[in-house]
Design a protein around this ligand. Sequence first.
Ligand code: DOR
Ligand code: ZN
Length: 345
Amino acid sequence: MTDTLTIRRPDDWHLHLRDGAMLHAVLPESARHFARAIIMPNLVPPVVRGEQAAAYRDRILAALPDGMSFEPLMTLYLTEDTDPDDVAAAHQSGLIKAVKLYPAGATTNSASGVRDFDKVRPVLERMAEIGLPLCVHGEVTDAEIDIFDREAVFIDRVLDPVRMSTPELRVVMEHVTTSHAVEYVVSSEVGLGATITTHHLIINRNHILAGGIKPHYYCLPVAKREEHRQALLVAATSGDERFFLGTDSAPHTDANKEMACGCAGCFTASNTMSLLAEMFESKRALDKLEGFTSIHGPSFYGLPVNEETITLTKGSPVEYPAKIETDDGPVTVFEPGFPLHWRVS
Ligand code: DOR
Ligand code: ZN
């Protein structure tokens, strides 16, 4: 039986680091294992222009503890006023690796997102020309659409039309949660990838709602039925290059999660590698873990793979802190509800 596994150091292709006290507290949790991460721009105010991304990158690097290495891969938040020239300049200088599309109102701090997709066509066309990927939060926001259907409807109403009208645009469907999204990615020809989070491989909607409401399992897109979780697990462990890890680790303080209108987000930065090893082992697919965490992402983004390695070892259950402390208050670490046996040594 395999009890050690050495893989290239992983990257996280979708991460929320926030700012200020929260940034200082959560950054080491990612940098401990991950070499690089695509940094989400949904700050308040959002990171919309190149100069804001440069300043945010500097704040991230300044918060990195001595002796840790970590490369933030910056993104810009797409608005209806985004200037294609500003995007192209930020790409050309090497500052940004993607642009993020939030439909307005879809999730945390998405009020400045896109309502009218025709208004962003010039930016998308420029991105297609220069080979800059678009990361998409794939949910419609119409109040009439059931929250569990919002991803599937987004594919038909928005994503597919955008891809058909701008076929050269490289797109990452972020945090896919349904078999529909998996099938859409698998049936696509070129230029489409998808990230899968750690928590969507582990929880279904019962975890959130059965036996009492569990705010720490609430995220967006919300976890779906078990059959969808199974489809995600098959995709992640398949070795298909189009699927790669984006944890969407999204810290909120306990006070902001455990309230009448609690924030969406699961905080998985601390224990993701142990969680993934457990899940891949359950599918007898430990040999596919490295592709998912360390190879498919760089390949999609046209970046070199990491040369360093990490080693996972299997043994008696490993304990992670239940919470990390921040100057804004405690943040609960995602608790899978089963023991973890793989530790990063
Ligand atoms: O659960 C989520 N949390 N989903 C998102 O799309 C945003 C994120 C956040 O920023 O908290
Ligand atoms: Zn996110």
